[in-house]
Structures are given as C-alpha cells and as structure tokens.
Design a protein around this ligand. Structure first.
Ligand code: PLP
Length: 394
C-alpha cells in the first residue's frame, strides 16, 4: 500500500518525462534522425574538455580516500571557497566558503531550502509559467503553492497580482531567470520593483520572506543581456545554482546554494539547510564532482551553439506564421499554440514526428515549449515538418 501523499504525484506524472519516453519509442520506430524531439532540457553541447581532464586527473592523482570519501555535509571547504572566490570576482559579492552549501543539483538545493524554512500551511509564491516540479517540492513539506497568473505580453512577472497575493503566511518566493519555459530574462527594473514589494510586505507583516533565485540557466544568456545577481537587490535572497546546464552535467547532480550573511539569521539558516541536506537522504553532494567543479570553476559552455539554434528555430517558426517571444536566455522557445487547446496541437505535431511539451505542464495553457538544446541538424530538418504542421493550423 503506497502512502496517500504519493497518489497525486503518480497521477500527475510529468508530461515532459512522458514525452521523452514517447520520443524514445518513435526513434526506435523511425530512426533518431527522423524524430524531432524538443521535449527535454537535456543539453546537446558536450561538457567542456576540462571536465574530462579534471576527472582523469583526480582519479589518477588524488587520494582516493578523499576524492570518494564523506566530507562535511555542506561540501568540501576548499571547493566552496573556490566557488565563492569566482562569484566574488564576477559579481562583486563577498561570499566565503561558509555561505555555500554544495547540493545534488538545483532540484535538491530547492528542496533543502524549502525543507529548512517552510512550515505546514505556509505559502510559496511562483510566477506562471513555471517549472512544474516546484509544486511537488513545496508539497513535499506540506507548504501551499500560490501561483501568479502570467503576463503573456512580456512573460515578466505580474507584480500587481504578486503584491496582492503576499500574506502573513508567505514564507518564500521562487524566481527563475533566465527562465524555463519562456527564455525571458528578468530585467533589473523588474527585480528592483519585486524587491521593493517584498521589503514593504516584510515590514507590514513583521515576517521574513525569502527570495529563492533558481538559476541553472544563468550562463545561457544571449545578445549581451545582463542577468542581475539578486543578492544585491534584496537581503533575504538565497541563490540556487546548478551545473546541469552550464557545464552539461545533468546526470552528475551537482550544484550549490548561496546563503549570504545579510540573510536574516543566516547562520541558523545555513545550519538548517546543511542538516536538511543530510536528513533528506542526499547526505552531501557527489564528492568527485565537487572536486571537478573546483578545477573547472571558470569553464564556459558553448553558448554560441545554443544561440545558433535559437536564431534558426525562432526565425524558422516565425516565418511560418507562429508567434513567440524571442528568448534572451536558457534554451527554450515558448510558442503560442495556434489553437486554444494546445494539447491538440501537440498531438498533431506527433504526426510529423515533432515532440513538444504542452504549456499546461508549466501552468500556462495555450502555449507549447520547444527545448532547442538539440543538434543544429535536428532544427534545420524539423522546419519542413513544422511547415506541414503550420498548413493545418496557421
Ligand atoms: N529549475 C529549473 C527552472 C529547471 O529547468 C531545472 C531542470 O530542468 C531544474 C531546476 C533542476 O535542475 P537540476 O538538474 O540541477 O536539478
């Protein structure tokens, strides 16, 4: 007999994952080159060469009892110090090793942060469209997810509704920029307004509201757009980072949380998050990967490859009559469905071996998400298929 709490999770099993399985089925039937699978945000650019070199060097030359051993639950001190130094150089911050907790990717970082601060019945605000796993993470700790409706003209957060929905029970707000699924980057102006609202509401209610910046796509930004570093704008900010996308290491499960000294009772929060890391079952982030990150801390991914894909798919689809905001970051296009029921459009796409994810999987029906972290050939070869699909709808 499974636990009651698990039943809704099973019923709502991720549409993205189901589409990924469907992609594998179609590839076995028609050959991988004839399937245009835009379903999953699995990077298509290989990890930088330094990752492979670091793994080999560490395995051959370092003490295996250290490289494969337990360490402090927050992670190796030297690794956290190296990352803190890199952040300080890039963003003018002044973090120390103690401000960083190494995590099992962004997913685990978000979970341990929520575990550390959310009491049952307390509220966590998210802006639709959003990465649907947030709902599951909040429910893990019996929190209540509060959605803000999308501003489909810009996909910047709807701050009027945001202010109205903050209550004395609001414990945290999750923002994600560059954004999955729209590719939008939140402007500095937006962040300043959002921070001012949070300050005002904290004062009004005498509460602490954490701003959790979920930023696995920070490095994937185009056209020279600035991605503001949020700790500079609001004291109670916690940053969740991951190397899944920036270094193409999603299966390795490595990331970190930053909890600056300016956060209310930061030492206590750092202690709570570190213990949450242990008792959630993760214990600590993977040891070998932590050491790899320290060696590759300033490595860059091939953003130009994603940019080429972005231009080709965006131009190709808009020329066919589809409408979509031009993304400034991440590797997704959020395309308006030409029919109200986007699931019908997704189904029609399958006839042409095009796999897309319905916007309802991001709490934003009427749109579809295309993950363009695929090969350039896949994009170019998909366009004639999109042209056939367009004839049915546009
Ligand atoms: N947050 C967002 C917005 C994501 O898109 C993803 C993964 O796609 C994650 C978090 C989880 O990332 P990780 O693989 O580092 O757990």
């Amino acid at each position: 007999m499974i636990a009651e709490k698990m039943k809704p999770f099973i019923r709502n099993n991720s549409a993205i994952r189901m589409m990924f399985e469907e992609g594998n089925r179609l590839k076995a039937l028609y050959g991988p080159e004839n399937v245009f699978d835009f379903s999953l945000g699995n990077p298509s650019v290989p990890a930088p060469e330094c990752v492979k070199e670091a793994i080999i060097e560490l395995v051959n030359e370092e003490d295996p009892l250290v490289v494969h051993g337990y360490m402090s639950n927050a992670g190796f001190e030297d690794v956290r110090q190296t990352i803190a130094g890199s952040l300080n150089r890039r963003f003018g911050t002044c973090f120390a090793a103690k401000n960083l907790i190494m995590t099992v990717g962004a997913a685990s970082g978000l979970n341990i942060m929520l575990k550390a601060v959310v009491n049952p019945g307390e509220e966590v605000i998210v802006f639709a469209p959003y990465f649907l796993e947030y709902g599951a993470y909040v429910r893990n700790y019996d929190g209540v997810l509060v959605e803000i409706t999308p501003d489909t003209a810009t996909f910047q957060p709807n701050l009027t509704e945001f202010e109205e929905k903050i209550t004395p029970k609001t414990r945290a707000v999750i923002v994600n920029s560059p954004h999955n699924p729209t590719g939008v980057v939140y402007s500095e102006e937006t962040i300043k307004k959002l921070a001012a609202i949070l300050e005002k509401k904290q004062k009004e209610y005498g509460t602490v509201i954490y701003l959790i910046s979920d930023e696995p796509y920070r490095e994937l930004a185009y056209d020279g757009v600035e991605v503001p570093y949020l700790t500079k704008y609001y004291a109670n900010t916690v940053v969740g980072y991951s190397y899944s996308k920036s270094l193409s290491l999603p299966g390795e499960r490595i990331g970190y949380l930053v909890i600056p000294d300016e956060v209310d009772q930061s030492e206590e929060l750092i202690a709570a998050v570190t213990i949450a890391n242990r008792i959630s079952g993760a214990v600590n982030a993977p040891s070998l990967m932590q050491k790899v990150i320290a060696k590759c801390v300033d490595a860059e991914c091939d953003v130009a490859a994603y940019d080429r894909n972005r231009q080709a798919l965006y131009n190709g689809l808009t020329e066919l009559g589809f409408t979509c905001i031009k993304p400034q970051g991440a590797f997704y296009l959020f395309v308006k469905s030409p029919v109200e029921d986007e699931k019908a459009f997704v189904e029609a796409g399958k006839k042409y071996n095009i796999l897309m994810v319905p916007g309802s999987s991001f709490a934003c029906p009427g749109y579809v998400r295309l993950a363009y972290c695929v090969s350039y050939d896949t994009i170019m070869n998909s366009l004639p298929q999109f042209a056939k699909l367009a004839k049915e709808f546009v």
